[in-house]
Design a protein around this ligand. Structure first.
Ligand SMILES: O=C(O)CCC(=O)C(=O)O
Ligand SMILES: [Fe+2]
Length: 306
């Protein structure tokens, strides 16, 4: 065993400020891709579907290149390093976070749209949902620099005004190793009934809550059960998950920018959350806007009794 491994207890990875036991085993669903019933059963049980190589790698890398060119023009890429490596410029004056997203200059890039609205993913959802699928016009594109990580949450509280038969799809634009901060799931959290019935019924723009559920990844597994799990991703892979699967991202401890998108898909015939559609989606019109008063996490959790 190398010194490095001794320094870092095996299996422990960083979520927020904590080193947590994180499994790196997620189940692949490539073998049941053509079987919608099996896919539905699996997502109902596991909360996610990991599909390796759904997208053409070259299409994903073409989008990566266009995105990186924009980031380089802003000075975010370390000088004298190969563009496609996506090394963060340590002298870049602003902190980057997984929250820097939805930027139209990036989400309208043709090569980006060609992936997240492209035939492979739309065909997948058409078959999986059993009808014409559509995606939100708003895309969450994240350029997550060193040190960043996303908080622990269910997606439903941000996008639950339409159908609940709504799915998130997380797409890496380039390979994502464990040190680059991939998405991490609390497996079993889709069955936290009391959490689903309380926090899971909230709407951030109506309730003015924090949005995330906890600042403490260990608290979740100790109090409610489940365990944290992630995997490494290659360009072309996607992971699709339910609105009620608790997730976050590992802290990016590398020197690279992690480029990923999360986009949403549903049946075209079902009601859709009006905040995320149209030419200029209105987005979170109240939550965390200027002068917004946000209820503390502690108060929300007391109110919910969880
Ligand atoms: O990529 C991240 O950091 C967070 C992703 C996320 O919350 C999502 O895909 O819904
Ligand atoms: Fe999310």
């Amino acid at each position: 065993m190398s010194l490095n491994q001794l320094d870092k207890p095996q299996g422990k990875l960083k979520i927020l400020h904590q080193d947590v036991e994180v499994s790196t085993e997620l189940r692949e669903s490539n073998d049941i891709l053509d079987d919608p019933d099996a896919l539905k059963k699996r997502i109902a049980a596991d909360g996610y579907l990991l599909i390796r190589g759904l997208h053409d790698k070259d299409a994903v890398l073409a989008a990566r290149k266009q995105i990186l060119e924009k980031l380089a023009a802003k000075g975010m890429i370390a000088p004298e390093t190969p563009l496609m490596n996506g090394i963060f410029n340590p002298d870049y004056p602003e902190p980057t976070s997984t929250g820097s997203m939805g930027n139209k200059a990036l989400t309208q890039l043709p090569a980006f749209k060609a992936v997240v609205e492209g035939a492979p993913v739309m065909r997948f959802f058409k078959r999986f949902l059993g009808g014409e699928a559509r995606t939100f016009d708003f895309k969450w594109l994240r350029t997550a620099g060193p040190g960043s990580g996303s908080p622990i949450h269910y997606d439903i509280v941000f996008m639950g005004r339409g159908t609940q038969e709504l799915y998130s799809c997380w797409t890496p634009f380039g390979d994502v190793s464990l040190d680059m901060g991939p998405i991490v799931f609390c497996l079993g959290s889709n069955r936290f009934e009391k959490v689903r019935a309380t926090y899971g019924q909230a709407d951030v723009d109506r309730d003015m809550i924090e949005g995330h559920f906890s600042d403490d990844p260990l608290e979740i597994v100790e109090k409610f059960g489940g365990h944290w799990a992630t995997t490494t991703f290659s360009a072309g892979d996607v992971i699709i998950f339910s609105m009620f699967l608790m997730h976050a991202s590992l802290v990016n401890t590398s020197n690279k920018i992690r480029i990923t998108a999360d986009t949403r898909y549903q049946l075209a015939s079902e009601p859709i959350d009006e905040r995320w559609i149209g030419e200029k989606p209105k987005g979170h019109y109240a939550w965390k806007q200027e002068d917004a008063e946000i209820e503390s996490l502690e108060t929300s959790r007391q109110r919910w009794g969880v």
